[in-house]
Design a protein around this ligand. Structure first.
Ligand code: SAH
Length: 233
């Protein structure tokens, strides 16, 4: 049985930014093998008039420009049929912050359609009009949604079957168990006066597992106590 590929469509004013870093290493090899597909479509193809205009000044005044809802809707409609089952994401600093749980769900589905904002953002009406889910990659402002889309795709693609060599290395990572990961060491055993903790070289697998659990908990308490609190609501 051959699995159908995971299909990503990105709507952007800068299609040359794709696949970008996703064209190399594990994601690039998986792209070449057909484990996933990536189509970057130029929003400007749906721009208006001789200059293919995509933006206009904000209603009510203020700085910058806003991506037009009619142009974006035309780009979305050309990229995805109404019965396309893929979630439609809009990269947006106002969105729900991306989590590993959401990444895992997206990765387990048929793929994604991602709309990349630019300028001040997009006309609000297209969000409801085309059922876009706003997703943020963190509390800072990027110049456009493209880098954020690359982040989402990278996180999803590495979870696709066969992309990472060893499945276990995905399951023990930070956030998968609601905690940060324990520290890693490799050779040399002594380096600049810093030794690998004895327990890791002692061969007692039970003791190693206990040490790792304790370290994960310690680091999570220190750095991300919010992860240990039960979710609100
Ligand atoms: N005026 C907006 C910022 C626009 S930044 C505001 O203050 O909220 C331009 C585009 O970059 C956005 O439309 C979005 O697509 C993308 N972007 C910027 N920061 C982002 C973030 N943290 N997560 C996801 N997308 C982001």
């Amino acid at each position: 049985m051959t699995l159908s590929p995971w299909n990503a469509t990105v709507l952007t004013l800068y299609p040359a930014m794709f696949p970008g870093p996703l064209g190399v290493s594990l994601s690039g090899e998986a792209l070449a093998r057909g484990t996933w597909n990536l189509e970057a479509r130029d929003i400007r193809e749906h721009g208006l008039g001789r200059h293919r205009a995509v933006d206009d000044p904000p209603a009510g005044g203020g700085a910058g420009m806003v991506l037009r809802c009619d142009v974006l809707a035309a780009a979305i409609d050309a990229a995805a049929a109404p019965d396309d089952p893929r979630p439609r994401l809009l990269m947006s600093p106002r969105g729900r912050p991306l989590t590993q749980a959401r990444v895992r769900a997206l990765s387990g589905g048929p793929g994604v359609l991602i709309v990349c904002g630019r300028f001040e953002g997009v006309d609000e009406r297209v969000i409801a009009g085309r059922g876009l889910e706003e997703v943020s990659i963190g509390d800072y402002i990027l110049s456009g949604g493209e880098v954020a889309a690359l982040v989402v795709l990278d996180a999803c693609v590495r979870l696709l079957p066969g992309v990472m060599g060893k499945v276990a290395s995905g399951e023990e990572e930070s956030f998968e168990a609601g905690q940060l990961e324990y520290p890693h060491y490799t050779r040399p055993r002594d380096w600049e006066g810093r030794a690998i903790p004895d327990v890791l070289t002692g061969g007692n697998h039970g003791a190693i597992a206990r040490w790792r659990r304790a370290e994960a908990l310690r680091l999570t308490r220190e750095r991300r106590p919010d992860l240990l609190r039960p979710p609100e609501g």
